[in-house]
Design a protein around this ligand. Structure first.
Ligand code: SF4
Ligand code: SF4
Length: 374
């Protein structure tokens, strides 16, 4: 018998509601009854209702206990968090829906985020936790969501809309497949090197190896390293392994905005987002420039796109020049690689196609290897 360990996630089948276990893989259809309320119907005729509420992502233990109490009261103890920090209460008794919604709202959590609503904004750690940040996570998202809150509670958008924030280019939030992606951006190399502490805090081999562009070299006299600024792309990777190379810069760090990404749906392929605004200032506590820019993009999309069109599908239809024109966003030299050079150097979809030998159009490197070196 295999040894029981605490490595890896527990088996999800031990935690799903009985109605899901009973009808696993046999769901017939679902309906969106109203914003924040879904109904899934199984082939057996069983129905499962989902009430979706937003969470602020960072929850204290008292709040988690309050949410669990509601799950005990209405959902036989079952509750789930979505990948975008929504809380989903799963019920089989439709008579419990309204009392549950009342209790959820009384706790201060809004109900919505399904269908053609703006879903909860996903974000990374920000100043609260991570050392590599170029901007905050929860602070920026709170300021944006306060402005766009109406779109969370009401289905006023052309299609499902996702906004995501990563507080540096490491993008541990995987935001590149969101309709609007907000990225904290460093714009200066980490040249304020703390030679006095380098030997105590850092290792030279790992620091050299951390740089994807080879910009870091040894500096034996100082028992430290030096950075060739022209080669640096401000990724912050070296600071992650070596605290003596601080990259944060309160004046020049800022926020970039990308648009048009999505994972696949039945209509169109998955796609990565592209640069819309290269830099906006960090202006806490309410980031007015970032809020205004995101609101403008969402408002224009909401007015101009056809029903069912995701942000990227809308831009595909009208073309990028028209996107920049109708949103009033200037197209600058900073955009050029993302729209010209980038086309030949980046994969712009996550779809793979294994094609015949000699046909390299649209192939991944992996598929090329397979066709040329069987
Ligand atoms: Fe840290 Fe960057 Fe991830 Fe933000 S995106 S949590 S700064 S690694
Ligand atoms: Fe290299 Fe990135 Fe550090 Fe620049 S910020 S030196 S590119 S690891």
């Amino acid at each position: 018998m295999a040894k029981v360990t605490d490595i890896g996630p527990p088996d999800f089948r031990t935690m799903i509601p009985p109605v899901i276990a009973k009808n696993y893989g046999k769901w017939k259809y679902h309906e969106r009854l109203r914003p924040g309320l879904l109904k899934h119907v199984a082939e057996s005729g069983d129905a499962l209702y989902t009430v979706r509420a937003a969470s602020p992502r960072l929850l204290d233990i008292g709040t988690v206990r309050d949410l669990c109490d509601l799950a005990d009261k209405y959902c036989d103890g079952h509750l789930r968090f979505t990948s975008r920090h929504n809380i989903e209460f799963l019920l089989v008794d439709p008579d419990k829906i309204e009392p549950l919604v009342r209790d959820v709202k009384a706790l201060g959590f809004p109900v919505g985020g399904t269908g053609r609503c703006l879903t909860n904004i996903v974000h990374t750690q920000g100043w609260l936790h991570c050392h590599t940040t170029a901007t905050d996570g929860s602070g920026v998202v709170k300021a944006i969501m306060d402005e766009l809150f109406d779109y969370f509670e009401n289905e006023k958008l052309p299609a499902y809309t996702r906004i995501a924030l990563a507080c540096c280019g490491n993008m541990c939030g995987a935001i590149h497949c969101s309709d609007v992606a907000i990225v904290g951006t460093h714009t200066r190399p980490p040249t304020r090197i703390d030679d006095a502490h380098f030997a105590a805090w850092c290792e030279i081999p790992t620091t050299l190896a951390s740089c994807p562009t080879g910009a870091i070299s040894r500096h034996p006299a100082a028992k430290s390293v030096r950075i060739e600024a022209e080669k640096c792309m401000y990724c912050g990777n070296c600071f992650t392994v070596c605290p003596a190379l601080p990259i944060a810069d309160p004046e020049h760090d800022g926020v970039a905005i990308f648009v048009g990404g999505k994972v696949s749906n039945a209509k169109t392929r998955p796609r990565f987002s592209r640069l819309a605004i290269p830099w906006l200032p960090n202006n806490p506590p309410r980031w007015p420039e970032v809020v205004e820019a995101v609101k403008n993009i969402i408002d224009v999309y909401s007015r101009k796109a056809r029903r069912g069109e995701r942000m990227g599908d809308w831009i595909d239809r009208i073309g990028w020049p028209s996107f920049f024109r109708v949103t009033g966003i200037p197209f600058t030299d900073k955009h050029i690689d993302d729209f010209l050079g980038g086309l030949s150097t980046y994969r712009t979809t996550t779809q793979f196609k294994i094609s015949q030998k000699g046909d390299h159009h649209g192939q991944s490197d992996h598929s090329r290897d397979r066709t040329e070196n069987p």
